[in-house]
Write a protein of this length. Structure first.
Lengths: 256, 172
């Protein structure tokens, strides 16, 4: 059924994980100079740094797995829109503070469950990067979770806006748990993990916190999708990609 | 382990490399060496005498990692190990438990509260805050200002007695 070789599947898998971290990190870094307080800005930049660091490790490994000499930068910068395989939630604009917090919280809880499972991968390098990343995203869950409590159980305005973000972003949650072609193929050898099976744990953890934050838990099961297949990114994606690739487009091959 | 080329035994050679690594400071916390921090993990000599040093990043995105790697190579080069290589290891993941006691003391006298000893103690999720002693006056009456500080490895605290803000090296 599958047309991918094992090598191609591994490259695609490491790349899709890197893509998710990269755009989550990119969106967070957009808060620089714009966050509500200095401390929150520093915190988000720290999280962004973690995420971009994670993507670097996965891109580097994707390049090694592929064996064609592509560097982390080549893969991160030099691809067309449809070749990026991040779930749509990671490319959505930063929105207001509540929107960013809810988005990061949804993603971080997923990332925590995912990396925890990936530490058991039969691929030693994927397991090692997951082990490193798990510690970081666990911290992100805690940070964004605390903010979610404050915003939900805060003022009327913060509650109203946060609830709106909780509802809007809920429709992007499902895609994180959809297995990509590479993911499905690598499952046989225990290289990838069964992310579809993580949804129950995600629901449980997120629902408990939303309730504690006195927010209504959405019940919809429909989800936007198209990012993980690359077939349909959101209308926001070209803009973020333009900024992301600007230097390489303008000064081809430039290095830091 | 076999003796190679020189009169020094492998263990003596390894020790001399550890001494060189002691001289490499963390670029962001210059009072600490990479050995104090537990970033330098292994010193390996291959049979042909080639040296490999294994280092472990504190955080995935730690911007100091490339610099540390360069400085290790530089220090080894200066001490006669021209062909030494530096390898990055992610597993087991770096933990503050690897920081030496001496390193913790140096941190405190530098004005940064050292991480608490037991990592399993970190699960103070939404409940009470962890007691962190002020590195200036020693008071335990402190409060957390932010989960994150000036670098990925630190959090911001304030002493409620001497009123000074300070960095806390967080426990991971």
């Amino acid at each position: 059924m599958s047309s991918m070789t094992q090598k191609e599947a591994l490259t695609a898998y490491a790349t899709q994980i890197a893509d998710s971290s990269l755009f989550m990190g990119h969106r967070m870094s957009e808060w620089v100079f714009k966050a509500p307080t200095l401390e929150t800005e520093i915190a988000l930049m720290n999280c962004a740094l973690d995420l971009i660091g994670q993507s670097r490790s996965f891109y580097t490994y994707a390049g090694e797995a592929e064996g064609k000499g592509r560097s982390e930068d080549d893969i991160a910068y030099l691809r067309g829109q449809t070749e990026y395989r991040n779930p749509l939630i990671s490319e959505l604009p930063r929105g207001d503070w509540g929107y960013t917090i809810v988005k990061s919280y949804y993603y971080s809880v997923f990332a925590k469950l995912f990396f925890k499972a990936l530490t058991l991968s039969s691929d030693k390098q994927l397991a090692a990067i997951a082990e490193r990343s798990l510690k970081e995203v666990t911290y992100h869950v805690r940070y964004t979770g605390e903010w979610l409590l404050r915003l939900g159980d805060g003022t009327q305005e913060s509650k109203k806006r946060t609830q709106k973000s909780v509802d809007e972003l809920w429709d992007y949650v499902g895609e994180m748990f959809i297995m990509s072609e590479a993911e499905t193929q690598l499952l046989q050898d225990n290289i990838s993990t069964d992310i579809a099976a993580l949804r129950g744990a995600w629901d449980q953890e997120v629902e408990a916190l939303l309730q504690q934050a006195t927010l209504d838990v959405p019940t919809g099961t429909w989800t936007h999708e198209g990012g993980k297949t690359g077939k349909m990114h959101t209308e926001h994606f070209e803009y973020i990609l333009a900024e992301h690739q600007y230097l390489q487009n303008r000064y081809s091959g430039c290095e830091w | 382990m076999v003796n190679i080329m020189t009169s020094l035994s492998v263990t003596e050679k390894e020790q001399s490399v550890w001494n060189i690594l002691e001289s490499v400071a963390d670029p962001e916390i210059p009072v600490l060496s990479i050995v104090d921090l537990g970033i330098a993990r292994e010193v390996n000599f291959a049979r042909n005498g080639d040296l490999e040093v294994v280092i472990s990043p504190t955080y995935s995105g730690c911007p100091a990692m490339d610099m540390i790697s360069d400085e290790v190579k530089g220090a080894l080069h200066k001490n006669g190990y021209q062909s030494a290589s530096v390898k990055l290891s992610l597993s087991p993941a770096w933990t503050t438990d690897w920081m030496s006691e001496e390193g913790k003391n140096k941190l405190a006298s530098y004005g940064i509260a050292p991480p608490e000893k037991i990592t399993s103690n970190k699960r103070v999720l939404f409940g009470g805050q962890k007691q962190v002693s002020c590195p200036r006056c020693g008071s335990e009456n402190s409060e957390q200002i932010s989960e994150f500080g000036s670098t990925p490895c630190k959090a911001l605290y304030r002493c409620k007695d001497c009123l000074e803000p300070f960095d806390y090296f967080k426990c991971i």
